[in-house]
Write a protein that binds this ligand. Structure first.
Ligand SMILES: NC(=O)c1ccc[n+]([C@@H]2O[C@H](COP(=O)([O-])OP(=O)(O)OC[C@H]3O[C@@H](n4cnc5c(N)ncnc54)[C@H](O)[C@@H]3O)[C@@H](O)[C@H]2O)c1
Length: 322
């Protein structure tokens, strides 16, 4: 397998020679804390035949390193060539909050980065499924959706906000409560982080204390990791693991496997909000079927989450329209 860092290599050269046909994937923000382990894990996935790694720093270094794993991979120096012909794009690009930076500063920088990348997607791979991980997902999804609307080439159901870390944490914390995650169904709905709501589905039920414990731990999961690293890091490995799980579900959807269902933050009519995280059945072009909420045990918390989500969505939309 040849590895290149220019634009002369053809797509055929990037195919894993002799390997089974698979899907073409790009990771944008691939040299960061999540991007590197994610790139390594995706490189091992048999459903991926082409993996483009793009970043504004150190993409050639990560590509060179990953290329010594004996499956196909290309690094791309230009965003457009990294995205051309791609089936699944994972967006991790952004900056983390630094001392002296306000939340608004952070929002404006990351919003601008996501806008640029989505403009590239609308041009180079308008049919690709997009897994958007860059935070704050409750803002960045409406931003990406507005960009796609302007281009008029993408289907809103292709755009999936990755809220699955909340579900992964919930499964973990359910075990801590002494329960078997295979026997409980607790979709995490609403939005991401502070506005997610774990919702217990019948026939399972939790006590008030168990529900309180689960909700608090999931909503503060990110802070728990930052505090454990004494501010030196954030959730990267658990997020890379989650991103792989979610990407694999999307690849299976692309392959049209039956019954691939995950929670994601997506354009939705389940509530009065234009975007909402719920269970979704994945298919060839992203969210194929969006499941209704059904009976809920967490109505009050959900109403509060919706109020906060509405403000986030409005802020994201205004960023593009201003
Ligand atoms: N959705 C979730 O559950 C969840 C969980 C954890 C982290 N995150 C978010 O994921 C993102 C990545 O986190 P990380 O820890 O890997 O951060 P990081 O700072 O280590 O990596 C981000 C990478 O993006 C790159 N980048 C910046 N601008 C770019 C651009 N214009 N084009 C391409 N690449 C660009 C940077 O060079 C860097 O390598 C952050 O926004 C973080 O908040 C989301």
């Amino acid at each position: 397998m040849k590895v290149e860092d220019g634009s002369t290599l053809s797509r055929a050269d990037c195919r894993a020679k002799g390997g089974p046909p698979g899907f073409k994937m790009a990771i944008v923000g691939a040299a960061g804390g999540i991007g590197q382990p994610l790139a390594m894990l995706m490189k091992m996935n048999p459903l991926v035949s082409v993996l483009h790694l793009y970043d504004v720093v150190n993409a050639p270094g990560v590509t060179a390193d990953i290329s010594h794993m004996d499956t196909g991979c290309c690094g791309k120096l230009q965003l457009e060539s990294a995205l051309t012909g791609i089936d699944l794009v994972i967006i991790l690009a952004g900056v983390l909050r630094k001392p002296g930076m306000t939340r608004d500063d952070l929002f404006n920088i990351n919003a601008g980065i996501v806008r640029t990348i989505c403009e590239g997607i609308a041009k180079a791979c308008p049919k690709a499924i997009v897994n958007l991980i860059s935070n704050p997902v409750n803002f960045t999804i409406p931003i990406a959706a507005e960009v796609f609307k302007k281009g008029d080439t993408c289907d809103p159901k292709q755009l999936l906000g990755v809220t699955m870390l909340d579900v992964v944490r919930e499964n973990t914390f359910v075990v801590i409560l002494g329960l078997d995650p295979r026997e409980v169904d607790v979709p995490v709905v609403g939005g991401h982080a502070e506005v997610d709501v774990p919702v217990v589905k019948p026939p399972c039920s939790f006590t008030k204390e168990e529900t309180e414990y689960l909700t608090n731990r999931i909503q503060n999961g990110g802070t728990e990791v930052v505090e454990a690293t004494v501010g030196a890091g954030s959730a990267t490995l658990s997020m890379a693991y989650t991103a792989v799980k979610f990407a694999y579900a999307c690849l299976r959807g692309l392959r049209e496997d039956a019954g691939v269902v995950e929670c994601t933050f997506v354009a939705s009519e389940v509530t009065e909000l234009p975007f909402f995280a719920t269970k979704v059945r994945l298919g060839r072009s992203g969210a194929k079927e969006i499941y209704q909420l059904g009976p809920l045990n967490e109505k009050i918390r959900l109403e509060k989450a919706k109020t906060e989500l509405a403000a986030s969505i409005q802020k994201g939309v205004s960023f593009i329209k201003k």
